[in-house]
Design a protein around this ligand. Sequence first.
Ligand code: SF4
Length: 335
Amino acid sequence: MAALLDVRDLRVAIQAERGAVYPVQGASFSVDREETLCIVGESGCGKSVSMLAVLGLLGRAQVDAEQLSFAPTKEAVIDLGSCSQRELRRLRGRQIGLIFQDAAAAFNPVLPVGDQLAEPLRVHLGMSRRDARRRAVQWLERVGIIEPEKRAKQYPHEFSGGMLQRAMIAMALICEPSLVIADEPTTALDVSVQAEILDLLNDLKRTQHIGLIMITHDLGVVAEIADSVTVMYAGQSIERASKQSFFQNLKHPYSQALLACTPNWKQGRASIEPIPGAPPALDHIQTGCPFRFRCPHAWQRCEQLPPAFDDGGHMARCWLLDSDVDGPEHRSRPL
Ligand code: SF4
């Protein structure tokens, strides 16, 4: 059966004033209903751009993919790559919900929150104003907002950050989509509110039978909520696994370095090992392993792009995993 969303070898090229940039150079991931996929990586690694490309929100950028399919029902498999903007507009909000990082910026400051929640119901489902408002109040209650009737009449500035994030989750889910994409939805929240929002998303994933894609740079969030994980670096998917396999056996040196960057409290002090250097510029297509300038294991072989080495569903792109080059003598010539 087709995955809810199946993306293979996604590539994005954007013509900028100073020349072309290639923010996504081979991203592959998939998610099913009732599954949470976390896409992890540093800022600028292509996580959000990949999602914008999938949703057709990149204007005149050139988007290519081997596969870009969305299957909201068993019978219907939609090729997103060949959809018109009009068709994509119909899918966004109705079949695919979006939760943004900054809820305060996503809401219109001069419209009551309830009206904004009701709008997708009127646009996508043709509901009457009255029914849509009633459903909006029900959803505010469902995401844990107290006095939802009163809150529905209030403006975004009258909500706290956590409440507004809950309202945004309600707006993303109000048309009962099959897929929800959440772009760093808890980054701006304090840790206690973050935990509540993650619990809420987890609950809704099960009760609404949605597939959830969570974009994050926080491995703590991944450990909390993920079923599967894709790590991105320089626009490429460089490791992909179930959460359990990922944390038990990190295969790619970049994933290992990311974990070492996570604060680790030992004897009352946090030890963090930063990754030296910076990600490569994306103004050209990578020809070798994009992590080779920062990788402590890099050797001459790494000047060629590593293929995907798959071990029982745990994939990583690193020459260290090639059984033909497993001896240290093969790596005697460092880069
Ligand atoms: S392919 Fe080479 S440079 Fe890239 S992560 Fe593996 S060892 Fe490091």
